[in-house]
Design a binder for this molecule. Structure first.
Ligand SMILES: C[S@@+](CC[C@H](N)C(=O)[O-])C[C@H]1O[C@@H](n2cnc3c(N)ncnc32)[C@H](O)[C@@H]1O
Length: 470
């Protein structure tokens, strides 16, 4: 029997619990057991990676006669092993028809998982369930409460507060009813992974927002001061909008746009629950919003979190990504839109700072979009943000290290990408607009604030209803 067929037979035997690799190799009729043993062990080690690559490349669909175990062995040899040995003669022409696709899928897998070497892929794959280890992050909604009060509430409920974490390791070690304050982002509480707070009274009352840490980065990094005018270009369902409103302390204005009427309707509910009163919702294509419209004369901050492939979303575990990987065609279409939306946003004349984010791990939707936008908008540069953030943009262009990536393995969050653009020189009219900005009013008394909030949210809801009715 040829080496590859023998290796496939051993792998099948192991899977069918006929014995260990060693027992099956040494019990086989194959003459040269040493290379057989090594090949089977290596193929088995990379099984998850190989299966993902084979599935994405559609190898078994295209080659109906090729059995899965043999496919694994052959693809191991082709991509990770020594290349075909003499025994590969028969399979060479078959595999070479798929070689380019298989190699491309391996490269994409590495990009998605943010690694550069084959061995690193292995390490990622062999860690126990990274997705299930992502903690439950809870943003305290400072429009309705403060961190201290939220912490006290949990303590009264029998949770044990451990103070501010000093590293990701502290988050990884969380267990039982312990909770922490995030080491980096303010007002972010961290609970063990399986904590379910969907029925918690503070969540139901809008005092807490269940929001992944990575998704808190965009508003935190945009950091509009209270009183600013901000555009949230693709806003629904609105977690980042409510975060922006909290940073603004409801002072100033958020113009929140989205195309999707249903998502806007649930956004209006979410914003009302969160006590947001500084937001105007509009059902509109952001690409049709005129940057020179006088309404946006004071807009210096834009958050752009456009539709994306969602390849980093936690609901799509790494193990299943093979089935949910966006096709090249879909990626091209998404990246085209993202590119147009980003350049459109950068054309707002008084813009100072913009955050671009996606929950995708694909380079096409992230670094490539950012690189092209920088080339087309030389007046902007990337701001060097969060130097201690461990996972940076893929080094596909100079300065890409200023971008942030996130993943369950590296940051204990969902897969995410963020780039912060800042204008190299602030246009003089923007400084004028800033100088003309009215003095920030001191915070209104609680009772009055509640009444005003209600009225404004109703108004925001009315905008949605009016536009949804079209
Ligand atoms: C990733 S989601 C935004 C999530 C949101 N930022 C949040 O944190 O809740 C992308 C949103 O963009 C909207 N969208 C897609 N194309 C758009 C366009 N041309 N103009 C405005 N919104 C658009 C989609 O309807 C979707 O709700």
């Amino acid at each position: 029997m040829a080496l590859y067929a023998a290796a496939a037979a051993v792998l099948a035997g192991v899977e069918n619990r006929q014995g260990s690799i060693k027992a099956l190799v040494y019990g086989s009729s194959f003459q040269n057991v040493k290379p057989l043993y090594a090949l089977v062990c290596e193929t088995q080690r990379y099984a998850a990676v190989l299966d993902a690559v084979i599935a994405r490349a559609g190898l078994l669909r295209a080659e109906k006669k090729l059995r899965p175990h043999l496919a694994r062995v052959l693809v191991y040899e082709l991509l990770l092993g020594k290349g075909f040995r003499g025994a590969g003669g028969r399979w060479k022409p078959l595999l070479s028809r798929h070689q380019a696709r298989l190699k491309a899928e391996l490269a994409r897998l590495k990009v998605r998982q943010g690694v550069s070497r084959n061995e690193d892929l292995l390490e990622v794959g062999s860690r126990p369930g990274p997705v299930s280890q992502v903690p439950r992050f809870v943003r305290v909604n400072t429009l309705k409460t403060c961190c201290g009060d939220a912490i006290d509430y949990f303590k009264r409920q029998g949770f044990s507060y451990q103070g501010q974490a000093s590293s990701l390791e502290d988050l990884r070690a969380l267990k039982g009813k312990h909770f922490l304050l995030d080491p980096l982002l303010p007002e972010l509480l961290v609970f063990p992974a399986q904590t379910d707070l969907h029925e918690h009274p503070l969540y139901l009352a809008g005092h807490l927002i269940l929001q992944d840490k990575a998704s808190c980065l965009p508003a935190t990094l945009l950091a509009p001061p209270p009183g600013s005018h901000v555009i949230d270009a693709c806003a629904a369902p609105g977690n980042k909008t409510s975060h922006l409103a909290a940073l603004l302390k409801n002072q100033g204005k958020i113009f929140a746009f989205d195309l999707d009427a249903k998502r806007l309707a649930s956004m209006a509910t979410l914003l009302a629950r969160a006590g947001v009163s500084c937001c105007e919702l509009a059902e509109i294509d952001f690409l049709t919003v005129s940057p020179t419209d006088q309404r946006y004369d004071r807009v210096q901050y834009i958050l752009l979190d456009p539709s994306c492939s969602g390849s980093g979303m936690l609901s799509r575990p790494l193990e299943e990504q093979g089935s949910g990987t966006p096709s090249q065609e879909r990626l091209r279409a998404l990246a085209g839109f993202q590119q147009r939306a980003l350049c459109h946003a950068l054309s707002f004349p008084f813009l100072r700072r913009l955050v671009y984010s996606t929950c995708s791990l694909c380079q096409e939707e992230n670094e490539d979009v950012v690189r092209d936008a920088l080339q087309q908008n030389p007046g902007f540069r990337l701001a060097p943000v969060l130097p201690s953030w461990p996972h940076r943009g893929l080094s596909t262009f100079p300065g890409a290290e200023h971008c942030l990536r996130a993943s369950p393995e590296t940051t204990l969050t969902g897969g995410f990408f963020v780039a912060v653009f800042e204008r190299a020189e602030v246009p003089s009219s923007a400084s004028q607009a800033e100088a003309l900005a009215p003095e920030l009013a001191p915070g209104p008394a609680p009772k009055r604030k509640r009444r005003r909030q209600k009225a404004t949210v109703q108004a925001a809801g009315a905008v949605v209803e009016a536009t949804c009715g079209k």
